[in-house]
Design a protein around this ligand. Structure first.
Ligand SMILES: [Zn+2]
Length: 141
């Protein structure tokens, strides 16, 4: 049996794009944007009110929408697209050994983790950022 890998797999931003959490412009509640491959659009569905919408399927689909999981810290903001992304950031920032597992065919500088700002990876900021992630989870989900 192979040994369990250390660290976390490298991921890309778009790995989380199938479920993007935003704030509903009508009621301020939690809303989900997800692709509808058959209709080539993205669907906006508010979890708190009846608002539904169809958004263009292109890369500007979030135009005018506020991402739900913004993580404010003293150093700047981090952003997570959804719950899994938030979990990933918490795990990544929390791990003692911040080593990505990068498979031979992936491009390291395109991975989500390597796109984190340096301050988010600094050991001295770890506790503060983990607290900020926990606050965001508690208040925005
Ligand atoms: Zn709403």
């Amino acid at each position: 049996m192979a040994k369990a890998p250390r660290g976390l797999p490298a991921v890309h931003w778009r790995d989380f794009e199938d479920r993007v959490l935003v704030s509903c412009p009508a009621c301020g509640g939690l809303a989900v944007v997800s692709p509808d491959p058959e209709a080539k659009v993205r669907r906006f569905v508010c979890q708190a009110c009846p608002k539904r919408d169809e958004l263009p399927g292109n890369t500007n689909y979030l135009y005018g929408l506020e991402l739900r999981l913004v993580i404010p810290t003293r150093h700047g903001n981090l952003v997570a697209l959804n719950e899994a992304h938030l979990d990933y950031l918490a795990a990544y920032i929390g791990q003692t050994l911040r080593k990505e597992l990068v498979s031979a065919d992936s491009v390291k500088n395109r991975s989500q983790a390597s796109r984190l700002p340096a301050w988010a990876k600094a050991a001295g900021n770890r506790e503060e950022i983990l607290k900020a992630i926990a606050r965001t989870r508690a208040s925005r989900l």
